[in-house]
Design a protein around this ligand. Structure first.
Ligand SMILES: [Ca+2]
Length: 663
């Protein structure tokens, strides 16, 4: 902190002793002044007579969900990267962030990375493995843990395991996926067999006397030369949708036509056509349900509509489970009770071990209710426990005294999530935001804390160390700002509630800036890059093809602008993040609703830990409310949002305002 700043805080602090309401202003100003030195001693000076010393603990319990591709771009190529993350660690620390969950860092075809092609490598678009390790070390030096998104339910269809597994029934990778020789619900079709690559092929088409194609024969030939000139009106289509070819057969007399193709790509099937423009109802090249396979040198009887794929001789149809779409085949770990014996399990564990030994602090596990199909059976918790135990053993071997962190995504109501705690001790609590949204839109704070605490008691009944990973939204949901109708008051209240409730909260990239966006136009609209300066060019948007809401990304929403505005969303996240970082009761205390209030708009609760007790009061409505203490102390307001005044022993909160009091 520079000297003018120190002097200013001293004045503010002296004022605060007489006027506690100034505290929030202090926190906000602090955020503005401390940009260049976020690790300096906390500016909230302890009162000599106050036994609670509010300095940063580094144990806020706050995590940050970070999209590597769109967080910060260090080299200006439009894609976020590891060096970009490293350069913004202070930005995270400022909000009291203790851990980051990185979107998948492994090689992938998609921009989002959930189609992993190699669990043991990093995506070169984000930098080198050395860059990753440097970022990891830098994060640790600032007390920030790093969690990787580990996608265990499925891989990419470009993963070598899948490519080899589908090609060869004798491959060791055949069992890594759920293959089927028949079509099934939730399965995608592909071709199996060993691709010989580019070869020369001669096709012979026989037609009847009226010119309708009857049979097609394929022969592998040394050289592919055509005689005569095309002009038959019969075509052979092959290639991909983007690289298609449609040469015309050469007439050979007697209703026979030939076509020789040099360097034919054998990964392609073919289609016979009698028109260059009429393609029927099925798009050429599209997957067919009535494909036929050629046999070298043997004429194939064509079907009358000639509107289906013809597979090359080496090809066979095979189906594979792909719950999240054809490019992400589901992995197969065998029976859950013995999953640790499967080669697939051993391989994903080996990859996890590499990252743990490097220093990664934990994993976020994607789509855990889909790993085994029956969400409500014991299979998924059983699998998760085995995976956790393996990783935790590695973690201990790496020299850690505590346990590894692992949080699962079980997207459901608490009744469905609770049994999963048998597998892991942390799960995202989707219900937190569902109940919060209902409470805010219903202007009813009463009962909110009791409901959420009721969920937490269910989890801890399953295991005493259960953690509810609370959050507002994530990369797969409409952003909370949109859910709340872009009402700033409601949005700030949601943030204040998140950061003052029980559980361990996640902030989703962009929430701290008030980003909005829905999935109506596509997922990328809820994955908008951080706009670091007032220049829109500071946002890493290339990975999203520029698909961000241009109305949103104006200078006012940038970090640069909000850091200078004490009423900004960012200022709120910084001040409440600081509170959670400073007061252990907020970070890890009990969570107990204050019941019996006359106004149901008020949501009030106590957080208590190790002798420290804090009263939290939120107004869930747009109307001003009055709060009578009934035994609570209102003399030490440690934080607030919106209009909060104490007069004659009563608290008055403006619409959607919040206040916290040390007891
Ligand atoms: Ca970059």
């Amino acid at each position: 902190m520079d000297l003018p700043c120190r002097r200013f805080f001293f004045i503010i602090f002296m004022t605060m002793k007489r006027f506690p309401l100034i505290f929030l202003t202090l926190a906000v100003l602090l955020a503005g002044c401390k940009t260049n030195e976020p690790d300096r001693p906390d500016p909230v000076k302890p009162d000599p007579v106050d036994p609670v010393k509010p300095s940063r603990t580094g144990e806020s319990g706050i995590s940050y969900q970070l999209l590597v591709y769109s967080f910060c771009d260090s080299d200006g190529d439009g894609t976020g990267d590891f060096k970009g993350i490293e350069s913004k660690l202070d930005y995270l620390k400022e909000m009291g962030v203790q851990a980051v969950w990185l979107s998948p860092v492994h090689p992938a075809t998609s921009y989002h990375g959930y189609d992993v092609e190699d669990y043991s490598a990093v995506n070169p678009a984000y930098g080198t493995e050395a860059d990753f390790e440097a970022m990891l070390k830098a994060a640790h030096s600032k007390g920030i843990k790093v969690y990787l998104d580990f996608v265990l339910n499925h891989s990419s269809k470009e993963h070598p395991w899948f490519i080899q597994g589908k090609a060869d029934p004798d491959s060791r990778y055949r069992g890594y996926y759920h293959f089927s020789t028949t079509a099934k619900s939730g399965y995608s079709q592909t071709v199996s067999g060993t691709d010989p690559g580019k070869i020369n092929v001669k096709f012979t088409l026989k037609c009847n006397s009226s010119g309708t194609p009857q049979t097609l024969k394929a022969e592998r030939v040394e050289s592919a030369a055509n005689d005569g000139t095309p002009g038959s009106g019969k075509y052979l289509w092959y290639g991909s949708v983007t690289e298609s070819t449609m040469p015309e057969f050469y007439s050979a007399g007697n209703d026979t036509y030939t076509l020789a193709v040099e360097g034919f790509e054998t990964s392609w099937g073919v289609l016979v056509r009698t028109s260059k423009t009429e393609w029927g109802t099925r798009k050429f090249g599209a997957a067919s349900t009535n494909a036929q396979t050629l046999v070298w040198g043997v004429p194939l009887n064509l079907k009358s509509n000639s509107d289906y794929d013809i597979l090359m001789p080496w090809m066979g149809s095979i189906w594979y489970q792909s719950v999240f779409g054809s490019y992400m085949p589901d992995l197969n770990y065998g029976p859950a009770a013995s999953c640790e014996d499967s080669e697939a399990f051993k391989d994903v564990c080996a990859a996890a071990d590499k990252w743990i030994m490097m220093g990664v602090d934990g994993f976020r596990l994607d789509a855990v209710k889909h790993i085994y199909d029956n969400e409500n059976s014991d299979e998924n918790p059983t699998f998760l426990k085995k995976f956790y135990d393996h990783c935790n053993a590695t973690y201990k071997a790496a020299g850690h005294s505590g346990n590894i962190y692992m949080v699962g995504e079980q997207w459901n109501e608490p009744n469905y999530v609770t049994p999963y705690y048998k597998g892991l001790n942390a799960f995202f609590e989707f219900a937190f935001c569902w109940r919060l949204t209902e409470a805010i839109n219903g202007s009813k704070g009463a009962g909110f804390a009791a409901t959420i605490d009721g969920y937490h008691k269910k989890y801890t009944a399953t295991r005493s160390d259960a953690i509810a990973a609370t959050k507002l939204s994530n990369h797969d949901e409409d952003r909370i700002a949109s859910t709340l109708g872009r009402n700033t008051g409601k949005l700030k209240l949601a943030a204040a509630v998140l950061l003052t409730s029980g559980g361990e909260p996640y902030i989703y990239q962009g929430e701290e800036l008030g980003y909005w966006g829905t999935k109506a136009n596509g997922d990328v609209y809820v994955r908008t890059p951080i706009m670091w300066t007032k220049d829109a060019g500071s946002a890493a948007s290339a990975a999203l093809d520029g698909n961000v809401d241009k109305n949103m990304l104006t200078p006012d929403i940038s970090v640069e602008a909000q850091a200078a505005d004490q009423n900004s969303m960012l200022a709120l996240y910084r001040s409440f993040g600081l509170l959670r970082d400073c007061y252990p009761a907020l970070a890890k205390g009990s969570f107990e609703e204050k019941t019996g209030l006359s106004n149901s708009a008020i949501g009030a609760w106590y957080r208590e830990y190790n002798g420290q007790k804090i009263l939290v009061v939120h107004n869930f409505s747009a109307a001003t409310v009055s709060f009578s203490p009934s035994g609570d102390k209102l003399s030490a307001m440690i934080g607030s949002n919106g209009s909060a005044t104490v007069k004659n022993g009563n608290l008055t909160l403006g619409g959607y305002a919040s206040a916290l009091f040390l007891q």
